[in-house]
Design a protein around this ligand. Structure first.
Ligand code: SAM
Ligand code: SF4
Length: 327
C-alpha cells in the first residue's frame, strides 16, 4: 500500500472536503435550482462514525493534513459540533465553509469543539441583491455571523464571493473595503458551471485579470507566493490586508490540485468536476476492512484526470450541482 494518495501526474492529495449534508437553508441562484432539491433520505447520509473512519484512514495512512466541512449548508446537519469534535481528534487542520447564517448561534460552540478556520460565503453587501441571489433575506444575519466567527477567535476568517458578470461585479471594491474594515480576507471566486438552473455561461465569468483590475482600483497590491491553495493571494502595499482570487475557470489550478471529496451520501470524488464516483458508503456498510477502503481510495486518486475541460468541446458537466458535491 502506498503512504500517499498520489495520482499518475505525481500530485499528492492532502486536502479532504467532506460534505455533511445536501440540505440548505438558502437557494443561491448559482448553486441550487429555484424550486429547491429533493433532499437525500436520512439513511443515505454517512453517519458521523462513517465520516470519521474514512477521514482517519486518510489522515493516518496518507498524511492528509486538511479537512474542510461543507455541504449543502453544513451547519444544518444536526449535532455538527459533535462531528467537529470527532474529526478534530485526528489532528488535521479542520475548517468549515458556511453561508454564515447560523454562526451567531454556533460559532463559539464550533470553536470549542475544535474547529480551526471558517470561510463564510457572501456574494452581495446590498440587502435586496443578497435576497435575490440567495432567495433568502438574511444579509444582516450573515454579517453578524462573520462578526461572530471573528469574535470566537477563528483565524483566519475568510469571506468567499462568487463574482458574476452583470450581477455583482460592481461590488468588488465594496468587498475589498469590507474585508479591510473587518480584518478578514475576501476571496473572489470565478463562477463555475456547477449551477443547477443552467444560468452559467462563459460570458457570466469575470476572469481573474478583470477581478484583479477591480481590486487594484482600491490600491496597489503585490502577489503573495503561490502554494497548492487554489487562491492566488495579494497583499495591499499599504499594509491594509490581503485578498484572494480563485481563478477556477480562466486559469485553473488543476496542475497543483491536492483535493479529494466525500459527498454526504458517501461517494468519493477525485475532482470537483468528476463524472464518476467511488461508492465508499457501500464499502463502509459491507463490513470492509481499512485496507479495502484504503485500496479504493488509492484506485480512485490514481485515475484522476489532468484537469477539468471547461470551455473545451468534450467538457461534460457533472450530474450533481455544487450544493450536492460540496464546494
Ligand atoms: N453552504 C455553504 C456555503 O455557501 O458556503 C457551503 C457549500 S457551498 C456549495 C461552498 C462554496 O461553493 C460557497 O463558497 C459557494 O459560494 C461556492 N459555489 C457554489 N456554487 C458555485 C458556482 N457555480 N461557482 C463557484 N462557486 C460556487
Ligand atoms: Fe446553499 Fe451554499 Fe449552495 Fe448557497 S452556495 S445554495 S448557501 S450550498
Amino acid at each position: 500500500m502506498a503512504d500517499q494518495l498520489v495520482d499518475t501526474f505525481g500530485r499528492v492529495h492532502r486536502d479532504l472536503r467532506i460534505s455533511v449534508t445536501d440540505r440548505c437553508n438558502f437557494r443561491c441562484a448559482y448553486c441550487m435550482p429555484a424550486e429547491g432539491l429533493d433532499w437525500m433520505p436520512r439513511e443515505d447520509l454517512l453517519t458521523f462514525e462513517e465520516i470519521t473512519r474514512t477521514a482517519r484512514i486518510m489522515v493516518e495512512r496518507y498524511g492528509v493534513t486538511g479537512i474542510r466541512l461543507t455541504g449543502g449548508e453544513p451547519t444544518v446537519r444536526a449535532n455538527l459540533p459533535e462531528l467537529v469534535g470527532m474529526l478534530s481528534a485526528l489532528g488535521a487542520d479542520l475548517a468549515l465553509t458556511t453561508n454564515g447564517v447560523t454562526l451567531p448561534l454556533l460559532a463559539e460552540t464550533l470553536r470549542a469543539a475544535g474547529l480551526n478556520r471558517v470561510n463564510v460565503s457572501c456574494d452581495s453587501l446590498r440587502q435586496d441583491r443578497f435576497a435575490d441571489l440567495t432567495r433568502r433575506d438574511d444579509l444582516t444575519r450573515v454579517l453578524e455571523g462573520i462578526d461572530a466567527a471573528v469574535a470566537a477567535g477563528f483565524d483566519p476568517v475568510k469571506v468567499n464571493c462568487v463574482v458574476m458578470r452583470g450581477v455583482n461585479d460592481d461590488e468588488v471594491a465594496d468587498f475589498v473595503e469590507f474585508g479591510r474594515s473587518k480584518g478578514v480576507e475576501v476571496r473572489f471566486i470565478e463562477f463555475m458551471p456547477l449551477d443547477a438552473d443552467g444560468i452559467w455561461s462563459n460570458d457570466s465569468v469575470v476572469p481573474v485579470e478583470e477581478i484583479l483590475a477591480l481590486v487594484e482600483a482600491a490600491g496597489p497590491v503585490t502577489p503573495v507566493r503561490r502554494t497548492s491553495a487554489p487562491a492566488t493571494r495579494y497583499r495591499f502595499d499599504d499594509g491594509s490586508g490581503t485578498v484572494g482570487i480563485v481563478a477556477s475557470v480562466s486559469d485553473s489550478f488543476c496542475a497543483t490540485c491536492d483535493r479529494v471529496r466525500l459527498t454526504a451520501d458517501g461517494q468519493f470524488r477525485n475532482c470537483l468536476f468528476a463524472v464518476s464516483e467511488t461508492d465508499l458508503r457501500a464499502l463502509l456498510r459491507s463490513g470492509a476492512g481499512d485496507d479495502e477502503i484504503a485500496a479504493a481510495l488509492e484506485r480512485s486518486v490514481a485515475s484522476k484526470w489532468a484537469g477539468h475541460q471547461i470551455n473545451r468541446v468534450h467538457f461534460v458537466r457533472p450530474h450533481r450541482s455544487m450544493s450536492q458535491i460540496g464546494g
